[in-house]
Design a protein around this ligand. Structure first.
Ligand SMILES: [Cu+2]
Length: 467
C-alpha cells in the first residue's frame, strides 16, 4: 500500500537554501505560507461564531516542512490588535520565536512580518498567536515537519487538532479573563483524580476536533486494515483531553514531535501544548474518536469511518477504552540518540499561587517582573519543577526540547511541554544549545496571563525589548 504523507496539504513550506533577511519584509515576492490574521465568521458545526482566525479558517492552514528545510510564513495583521506567531516546539532561531517583547516587537494592525526559519527536527508541532488571549480565539494551526528518513511505515495519516471554545458564544476570552480576575474562587466542580484536583478555570461551551463540534463532527475516512498515524495536538487554552478511539488499542509512537519506543495503551491524557502521535490498524466500521474534556463533563468528538454502511456512533457513546490503560510519562522511553548528557547543576522552579487565587507565580514572581533562569551555552542543567500550587500546570519551554527524568530511569521522553500535578516534583534536563531569551511558562492561557511566565536566557541579562 502506498503511504500518503500529506493528506490535506494546502501551503507547502518549501525547503530551500536561499538566504533571507530574518524577519524583515523584503521587496522580493514571498514564497511560502501567508497567514492573514483577521476577524472572521466561522462555522464550528451547527453554529457560526465571530472570532479571529488565520485566513478565516479554523484551524488555520496546515503548514508542512521537511526536517532541515526552511519554513517561510508571512504574517499579515488585519486584526484591530497587535499580534505575533509562535512556532510551538520548534528549536528555531530566537528572532523567529514570536514572543512579543522578548524576540520581536508585536506586529501592529496593518503590518506584516516574514517568519523564515529552519525546522531542525521532524514531528508534530503547531503555531499560534502569543499575544494576550488570542490563542483562545481561532489563531492556531498545525505545523507538520516530515522526516526525510521516516522510520515508521504506515498507510495514511490524520491530524487531530483539539480545542476548547467560547469565543463568540459566551463573550470573548478577554472578557472571560476579566471575570476570573475579579474573583478569588475556583470552580471546585471541575475535578479529576488524574490531574490531582481542580482541572481548569472555566467551562468552555464547545470542544472541537479540527474546528468542529460534536453536533457536526469531523469524519476521517479510511479503509479497513489500514495502518494509520494520528497526530494529536492540544491547542486548547484551559482543557486537558483524555483521548481514545472506540474499538481500538493505540500504539503511542511520539510525544511533542520526538519518537519514543511504541507503547500500547487504550487512552492518553494530553495537556495544553502537548502533542501525541499514535498508530492504529483500523477495523471495519464507524468508530468514535473521543477527547473527553478531563474533569469537565464534556467532550470533543469525531468519527473514523472505514465502511459506508456502518451507522455513525452517537457523540455521547460510552467508551470502555477511556477507563482502561492510560499512558503515563514513565511508559515513554526516548531513543538512545535523543538522550541528553548528564546535567552539571540543578535549579529549582517553584510553581505557586498567591492568596488572591488569581495570580500564578514561578519562584514567587509574576510575568511583569519575571523569573529568569540563566544558562551558559553548551551546559546541560536540571530544572526541578516543584508544584506548590493547588492546580496542575502544563509547563512549556520555548526553543528547546528537554528530557523528562521519570522514576522509570534516565531514558525519559524528549518533550517541550510537561504536565506537573499539585504537590508533585518533576525533573527536566535542558541542554543549552540555542542562544536567546526564551519564554518558559504555563500553557494554561489563563494562568499565563495571570502571571505564570518566566524566561530562560543565555549569559547576563541584556536590556529587554520595550513593548
Ligand atoms: Cu497553569
Amino acid at each position: 500500500m502506498s503511504r500518503r504523507l500529506f493528506v490535506t496539504g494546502m501551503f507547502a513550506a518549501l525547503s530551500s537554501a536561499a538566504p533571507v533577511a530574518a524577519g524583515a519584509v523584503t521587496g522580493r515576492p514571498h514564497r511560502g505560507a501567508v497567514l492573514r490574521a483577521r476577524p472572521a465568521k466561522v462555522s464550528i458545526g451547527k453554529r457560526t461564531v465571530s472570532t479571529w482566525a488565520y485566513d478565516g479558517r479554523l484551524p488555520g492552514p496546515r503548514i508542512e516542512a521537511t526536517a532541515g528545510g526552511l519554513v517561510r510564513a508571512r504574517l499579515v495583521n488585519e486584526l484591530p490588535a497587535d499580534t505575533t506567531v509562535h512556532w510551538h516546539g520548534i528549536r528555531l532561531d530566537h528572532r523567529m520565536d514570536g514572543a512579543p517583547g522578548y524576540t520581536q516587537q508585536a506586529v501592529r494592525p496593518g503590518g506584516m512580518f516574514d517568519y523564515v526559519f529552519t525546522a531542525p527536527d521532524p514531528g508534530t508541532y503547531f503555531y499560534h498567536s502569543h499575544v494576550g488571549m488570542q490563542n483562545d480565539r481561532g489563531l492556531y494551526g498545525p505545523l507538520i515537519v516530515a522526516d526525510p528518513h521516516e522510520p515508521l511505515g504506515y498507510d495514511e495519516e490524520f491530524t487531530v487538532v483539539l480545542d476548547d471554545w467560547l469565543d463568540g458564544v459566551i463573550g470573548t476570552p478577554d472578557e472571560a479573563l476579566r471575570r476570573l480576575n475579579a474573583s478569588t474562587a475556583h470552580d471546585d466542580t471541575l475535578r479529576s483524580t488524574a490531574l490531582g484536583g481542580v482541572v481548569g478555570e472555566l467551562r468552555h461551551p464547545y470542544h472541537l476536533v479540527n474546528g468542529r463540534a460534536a453536533d457536526a463532527p469531523e469524519v476521517f475516512a479510511s479503509k479497513p486494515g489500514r495502518l494509520v498515524r494520528f497526530r494529536v495536538i492540544n491547542a486548547a487554552a484551559d482543557t486537558a483531553f483524555r483521548v481514545a478511539l472506540g474499538g481500538h488499542r493505540m500504539a503511542v509512537t511520539h510525544t511533542d514531535g520526538f519518537p519514543c519506543a511504541p507503547v500500547a495503551v487504550d487512552t492518553f491524557l494530553i495537556g495544553m501544548g502537548e502533542r501525541y502521535d499514535f498508530l492504529v490498524r483500523l477495523g471495519e466500521g464507524a468508530f468514535p474518536l473521543v477527547a473527553e474534556a478531563e474533569g469537565k463533563g464534556a467532550r470533543a468528538f469525531a468519527i473514523v469511518r472505514t465502511s459506508h454502511r456502518a451507522a455513525a456512533p452517537s457523540s455521547d457513546v460510552r467508551l470502555r477504552e477511556l477507563t482502561q490503560r492510560m499512558l503515563r510519562y514513565a511508559d515513554l522511553k526516548a531513543r538512545r540518540q535523543d538522550l541528553l548528557p548528564r546535567p552539571s547543576r540543578s535549579v529549582t522552579v517553584t510553581l505557586g499561587m498567591r492568596p488572591s487565587g488569581n495570580e500564578w507565580t514561578l519562584n514567587d514572581r509574576l510575568a511583569a517582573d519575571p523569573m529568569r533562569l540563566r544558562v551558559e551555552r553548551g551546559e546541560t542543567i536540571r530544572i526541578v519543577l516543584d508544584n506548590q500550587s493547588p492546580m496542575w500546570h502544563p509547563m512549556h519551554l520555548h526553543g528547546h526540547t528537554f528530557q523528562v527524568r521519570t522514576s522509570a530511569g534516565p531514558q525519559g521522553p524528549r518533550k517541550d511541554t510537561v504536565n506537573i500535578l499539585p504537590r508533585e516534583r518533576l525533573n527536566i534536563d535542558v541542554r543549552a544549545d540555542n542562544p536567546g531569551e526564551w519564554m518558559f511558562h504555563c500553557h494554561n492561557l489563563y494562568h499565563q496571563e495571570q502571571g505564570m511566565m518566566g524566561t530562560l536566557g543565555y549569559g547576563p541579562e541584556t536590556h529587554r525589548m520595550k513593548h
